[in-house]
Write a protein that binds this ligand. Structure first.
Ligand code: IPE
Ligand code: IPE
Ligand code: MG
Length: 269
């Protein structure tokens, strides 16, 4: 037996971390939460402010969400920050959003790194302006050894485009004789998505009151639970996050099998 007094600081922290992880499992905290951060524009227009101000306040809400995810011992947090369809917004708004992404990575990367956060980016890289692509690569490279929360940033992301790219990759492998048709199954598709090494989301939260996926994680969401919140994204805080998780923890996830209620009834009879 090792006494706490004999342990190095790092060991004590590991021990506390392990105990917190176990507590998170007992509290039925989802392993992977995905956030559709919607309603910045409405938040601003309700207050007579320009849409950009809503986006700026949205970044503050994102910082709160990351902090809360760390405290709640969530392993993966995916945030939908810019969809492929968002390029068709007015040029000025797109420029504003790109500027905020720049500033977020420049300003927050060191703090994310200090908090042991690993950043991963999903979405199409090839058609991004090179400065943006470099910045995303830098965020991934600088944090790749971290072992705490994985923050998955969905940028220039579209689920249909992601699935089409996976289909293209599979077709190419078949054409080159590296893959047979019978090997194309759900696993083969999943392993060619941007999320190949990320578990499926357990819980998807969308703010703003809209109840749709808007081309987000269509494949990965097959068995996700959904929580739709009536608040706009800039108002999202730890209390809203905890309320969504509490809702999730009372759900009976069945994955096509018999749920726990049906199983208990079966064992009792
Ligand atoms: C979410 O807020 C941010 C992005 C989509 C980039 P919106 O800008 O969609 O705000 P609403 O939905 O118009 O209120
Ligand atoms: C989804 O929000 C995309 C992001 C949150 C980045 P949108 O505001 O673009 O979705 P729609 O247009 O309401 O479906
Ligand atoms: Mg919106």
């Amino acid at each position: 037996m090792i006494w706490v007094g004999e342990m190095a600081d790092g060991d004590v922290l590991d021990l506390i971390g392990a105990a917190n992880d176990a507590a998170a499992v007992l509290r039925r905290v989802p392993r992977h939460v995905a956030l559709i951060m919607d309603g910045n524009g409405r938040w601003a227009s309700k207050r007579g402010l320009p849409r950009f101000e809503g986006h700026r306040r949205g970044v503050e809400a994102l910082r709160r969400a990351v902090r809360a995810a760390i405290e709640l011992r969530i392993e993966y947090l995916t945030v939908y920050s810019f969809s492929v369809e968002n390029w068709s917004r007015p040029r000025e708004e797109v420029q504003g959003l790109l500027g905020l992404l720049h500033r977020f990575i420049r300003k927050d990367l060191a703090e994310l790194d200090a908090n042991n956060v690993r950043v991963q980016v999903i979405g199409a890289r090839s058609d991004l302006p090179s400065d943006v692509a470099d910045l995303l690569l830098e965020a991934e490279r600088d944090t790749k050894e971290n072992t705490g929360l994985t923050l998955v940033v969905a940028f220039n992301y579209g689920a249909r485009q992601e699935i089409a790219a996976a289909a293209r990759a599979l077709a190419q492998e078949v054409l080159e004789g590296r893959l047979s048709l019978s090997e194309i199954d759900a696993g083969a598709i999943a392993s060619r998505l941007h999320t190949a090494d990320i578990p499926d989301p357990d819980l998807i939260i969308r703010t703003s009151g809209e109840q749709r996926l808007s081309n987000f994680l269509l494949w990965q969401a097959a068995y996700a639970e959904f929580v739709f919140l009536p608040i706009n994204w800039p108002d999202f805080d730890k209390a809203a996050f905890e309320a969504a998780i509490s809702d999730y923890s009372n759900r009976d996830r069945r994955f096509g099998q018999l749920g726990s209620v049906a199983c208990n009834a079966k064992t009792a009879s």
